[in-house]
Design a protein. Structure first.
Length: 411
C-alpha cells in the first residue's frame, strides 16, 4: 500500500498544479523525517486541506478522520485501507458526549512508535471562514502519551501548518501553505507525568498560538467583515500585491491594525458598519470566497503578452476546455455537496477525466483539425491550451472584481 499512497500523492501534486494559478509552500526545511511527527493544520476547506496541506511531505501519513466517513461498508473499506483512522466526535454519535477513541489513539501512537507521520485537524471540524475554532485536546494527548510510551530518549514533533486560500472553493485561485518549526514534545515529558491535564492544556494552547501566526484568524464574524472592508479599501487605493505570500502578510497586518483600535466591541451596531455590510453583500461579495479579491498578478503587461501568445497557439482547442469546465462545475453543484467539498469534488472529477480527456484531445486533433503529429507534441499543446484557458478565466475574474472594488469604495 506504500506504493499506492505515493502514486496517489504524485497524482494529487499534478492535480494541484493544474488546479491553482499560484501555489506557494514555505518552510519545508522544518520537516524532520527522522522524528515521528503529528502534522496539524487549520481546517477551512474539508478534505481539500488534507490534499493541499500534506502532499509535499515525503513520508507516508495516516489521517485521523471523523467516524461519520466510515458508516457505509464501502467507505469503511476505502478509508481504512487508504491510511485513515476513525475518530469519534459528538456529532458522529448522535450528540453523545461520551466518546470512545481509545482504539484511534492506540493506533495513532503505534504508528508514531514506528517512526510514522499522522495528520490531525485539531479544530475537529471544517469551518469555511478565516477563523480558527477552539482546538480539541486530542493532538496534545496523543503526542504526549506517545513520548511517554516510546521511551526516555524519544522525541515526537508536532508540525504546525497554516493553509491559506485566495478562493477556497474555486478553480484557478491561489494558495499559500506555511510550515512552522516543529513543537518538540519531549520538553513536557516530566510535567505530563506530574499533571497530565494541565500539560495537555498548555500544549494545546501552544499549538493554537503557532497556528494563529500561520493563517488568518479573525475572532468574530464582525472582525472578519472588517478585515474584508479594509482589504477592499487597500485595493481601491492601488495597493499592489505580487504573490500569495504578500497577500497573506498584508491581511495579517490589517487584522492586527483592526485589533489595535478600540471600537471593535460596538462595531456591529454602528451605522457605518451596517451600511458597508449591505453594500458588500449587494455587490455579490461574501466572506467565504472573498479572499480571491486580495490577490492580483505582478505584471499586467507580461500577463497580457503571455495571454495573447497562448491565444494564438491554442484557440483551436478551447472547444475542449469550455465544455469540460462547465461540465465539472455543473456536476459538482448538481450533486448538492456542502460548499466546503466543492473544490475537492472539482479536483477529483478533473483527475478522473484527465486520461479520457487526453485521448479525446488526440482524436479531436487528428480527426477534427486534421493534424497528424506525435503524441508528445499533442501533450505540449494540450498543456499550453489548458494554461491559456485558465489565465483567461483569471483575467475575466480580475476585471469583474476590480469593478466591484471601485463600486464599493465610491461614496
Amino acid at each position: 500500500m506504500k506504493y499506492v499512497y505515493h502514486f496517489i500523492r504524485y497524482l494529487v501534486k499534478i492535480g494541484l498544479h493544474f488546479f491553482w494559478a499560484d501555489h506557494k509552500i514555505e518552510g519545508k526545511e522544518h520537516i524532520d523525517y527522522k522524528v515521528p511527527t503529528i502534522v496539524v493544520s487549520n481546517h477551512p476547506n474539508t478534505m481539500f486541506d488534507v490534499l493541499n496541506g500534506v502532499h509535499f511531505i515525503n513520508n507516508g501519513i495516516k489521517f485521523l478522520a471523523n467516524a461519520s466517513l466510515f458508516k457505509s461498508k464501502f467507505n469503511n473499506w476505502f478509508f481504512t485501507n487508504f491510511f485513515c483512522i476513525p475518530v469519534q466526535r459528538p456529532q458522529d454519535i448522535g450528540g453523545n458526549r461520551i466518546l470512545n477513541n481509545d482504539h484511534a489513539f492506540d493506533a495513532a501512537i503505534d504508528y508514531l512508535r514506528d517512526g510514522g507521520y499522522i495528520y490531525i485537524a485539531p479544530e475537529g471540524t471544517s469551518f469555511l471562514k478565516r477563523q480558527l475554532l477552539e482546538l480539541k485536546t486530542g493532538t496534545a494527548r496523543i503526542g504526549l502519551q506517545a513520548v511517554q510510551e516510546i521511551g526516555e530518549a524519544s522525541e515526537v514533533h508536532i508540525l504546525p501548518i497554516g493553509i491559506n486560500y485566495t478562493s477556497p472553493t474555486r478553480w484557478a485561485g491561489a494558495s499559500y501553505v506555511k510550515v512552522a518549526p516543529p513543537i518538540k514534545l519531549s520538553q513536557w515529558r516530566q510535567s505530563y507525568e506530574h499533571d497530565p491535564y494541565e500539560t495537555v492544556r498548555i500544549v494545546t494552547n501552544n499549538i493554537k498560538e503557532v497556528l494563529d501566526d500561520l493563517c488568518i484568524d479573525a475572532d468574530t464574524d464582525e472582525e472578519e467583515k472588517m478585515l474584508c472592508f479594509d482589504e477592499l479599501t487597500a485595493l481601491s487605493r492601488g495597493f499592489a500585491l505580487h504573490n500569495t505570500k504578500e497577500s497573506f502578510q498584508s491581511s495579517h497586518q490589517l487584522l492586527f491594525d483592526i485589533r489595535s483600535q478600540d471600537f471593535l466591541s460596538n462595531i456591529a451596531e454602528s451605522k457605518e458598519f451596517k451600511d458597508k455590510s449591505a453594500k458588500f453583500t449587494s455587490l455579490g461579495f461574501d466572506t467565504i470566497d472573498f479572499q480571491k479579491v486580495f490577490y492580483f498578478h505582478k505584471s499586467k503587461l507580461m500577463h497580457f503578452v503571455a495571454l495573447i501568445f497562448f491565444l494564438l497557439i491554442s484557440v483551436a482547442w478551447w472547444p475542449i476546455f469550455m465544455p469540460l469546465h462547465f461540465f465539472i462545475r455543473f456536476v459538482s453543484n448538481k450533486i448538492g455537496l456542502y460548499i466546503g467539498y466543492l473544490s475537492t469534488a472539482k479536483l477529483v472529477l478533473a483527475m478522473v477525466l484527465t486520461l479520457p480527456g487526453i485521448f479525446f484531445f488526440c482524436y479531436y486533433d487528428e480527426r477534427i483539425l486534421g493534424l497528424d503529429w506525435p503524441w508528445s507534441l499533442d501533450l505540449v499543446l494540450l498543456y499550453i491550451a489548458f494554461q491559456s484557458y485558465k489565465w483567461l478565466n483569471i483575467s475575466f475574474n480580475e476585471l469583474s472584481t476590480m469593478r466591484k472594488i471601485r463600486a464599493f469604495s465610491e461614496g
